[in-house]
Write a protein that binds this ligand. Structure first.
Ligand code: GLU
Length: 464
């Protein structure tokens, strides 16, 4: 049997990391089993669905290279199919028209709450043997309800949560079509999962309540039951719900905030799933290793520091050319007019081991392309008369060098010896002037990359 999984987001907001982690697990499970991974847009809620949200879903999936099989499926294109099956359920006696008005439902609810009961539709329009139904009012457009079995229970072995049992008597007669005839969420999901031969429904545990309802519908349709895996929530570091500012942002915000897609995949896959002690793995490894035995049933906690650590790992290990392509537009955004490719490559090589983020990375190497002014504090700290005169002697000497990285670095070492000073006494003033900061990798190598002409120009502007 071919394994088929799906990711079925509703395009009603941005695609946040909880959703994306569901997509990653579904994708990995299909890949692992050489199966199919379907992307289905659940856009039947016309009021809340937007084309922009559809675009962010597509962009997020593309950015993370979570490739789906076949075309994207849109539920709004399948309305006729849902209606056809609703008719079938009515014909079979498994669904019925309900004319209860909103006002009546509100009254019912009020009474039930007063009596300390759980609010529930009382089945007044539900056809039963020997029951006489009221006359259908012609001023009310009916909804269609599913005739949920009254007895028995629904039981399934969830791949994450384990054995789950729900008594049918706890379930309402679910509305499967609204009064305007449009099918509702639970019904569309069931029809789609069946038609698309989905074998494993992998989704957030906020859908746990829907599953027994969906199983009852599948049974009424005589459809096979899929396996279910309900993933736990992702919480913030402090155990609270993720907020927009903290972790729950759109997945594309992670790209805009300087994260590499490989890092996001790795980090999110590890959030709630493990493979021995492995912390770093590629999407390919994930799709080889992924299993549900190692998905935790408890909530996972979002950890920004770990995400940064993983991002640093991928920045360290990404090819210079690829990093250059990502950094160039950021430099242009920072008003850099000319980007010398060789300088960029050298700058990347000097910095990539220390960088946690592509945005701060491009800010840190900005000074290679345009002069960055140091703060007054740095100037006061490192540029006094004494250090300025050292810098002046230093640049005169540098100008005499045959320009290789080794020569520049050796010259600085010799300079320190000759002047009987410690290395930082020249390195810090040079950093302040050339880079606008006191925190850089080897200043000799930086001077080498920037070149003697530009180094001299910057020094002159400080020494006046
Ligand atoms: N459309 C639902 C959502 O975005 C998911 C449905 C499902 O996975 O069954 O929450």
């Amino acid at each position: 049997m071919e394994i088929v999984t799906r990711f079925a987001p509703s395009p009603t907001g941005y695609l946040h990391i909880g959703g994306i982690r569901t997509a990653i697990f579904s994708w990995a499970y299909a890949k692992k089993n050489k199966g199919k991974f379907i992307l289905r847009i659940e856009d039947t809620d016309m009021e809340r669905s937007t084309p922009e949200a559809v675009e962010t879903i597509k962009a997020g999936m593309e950015w993370l290279k979570l490739d789906h099989d076949g075309d994207i499926i849109y539920q709004t294109h399948r309305i006729e199919r849902y209606k056809e099956l609703i008719k079938l359920l009515i014909k079979q006696g498994d669904a019925y028209y309900c004319y209860t008005s909103k006002k009546e439902l509100d009254q019912l609810r009020e009474i039930q709450l007063k009596e300390g009961k759980k609010p529930k539709y009382d089945g007044r329009w539900r056809p039963e043997k020997n029951k006489e139904l009221p006359e259908a009012p012609n001023n009310i457009k009916p909804v269609i309800r599913f005739k949920t079995p009254k007895d028995g229970e629904i039981r399934w072995k969830d791949m994450v949560k384990g054995e789950i049992v729900v008594q049918n008597e706890e379930l309402d007669d679910l509305i499967i079509a609204r009064s305007d005839g449009t099918p509702t969420y639970n019904f569309c999901v069931v029809v789609d999962d069946w038609d698309m031969k989905v074998t494993h429904v992998i989704r957030g545990d906020d859908h746990l309540n829907n599953t027994p309802r969906q199983i009852n519908l599948l049974k009424a349709l005589n459809a096979p039951l899929p396996e279910y895996a309900h993933l736990s929530m992702i919480l913030a570091n402090d155990g609270q719900k993720l907020s927009k500012r903290y972790g729950a942002a759109s997945v594309m915000k992670y790209r805009d905030d300087g994260y590499l897609p490989e890092a996001v995949i790795n980090y999110l896959a590890r959030l709630g799933w493990s493979h021995g002690d492995e912390e770093i793995f590629s999407a390919d490894q994930l799709s080889e290793w992924f299993d549900f035995d190692h998905v935790t049933s408890s909530a996972a906690q979002f950890d920004q520091e770990k995400l940064d650590w993983i991002n640093n790992h991928y920045i360290k290990n990404t090819a210079t050319e690829k990093l250059a392509d990502l950094i160039k537009p950021k430099l242009i955004d920072n008003q850099v007019k000319v980007i010398d490719g060789q300088v960029l490559n050298s700058a990347i090589k000097l910095y990539q081991d220390r960088e946690k983020n592509m945005n701060t990375f491009s800010e840190d190497i900005l000074f290679f392309f345009k002069q960055v002014q140091p703060s007054e504090e740095l100037k006061n700290k490192y540029l006094d008369e004494n250090s300025k005169s050292l810098v002046s002697i230093c640049i005169d000497g540098l100008e005499q060098q045959t320009w290789t990285n080794e020569n520049v670095n050796n010259f600085l070492k010799e300079f320190v010896k000759k002047q009987e000073i410690k290395f930082p006494e020249i390195a810090m003033p040079l950093r302040t002037i050339i880079a606008g900061t006191d925190n850089t990798p080897s200043i000799g190598s930086i001077i080498f990359v920037i070149g003697v002409k530009e180094t001299k120009k910057r020094i002159s502007s400080f020494l006046g």
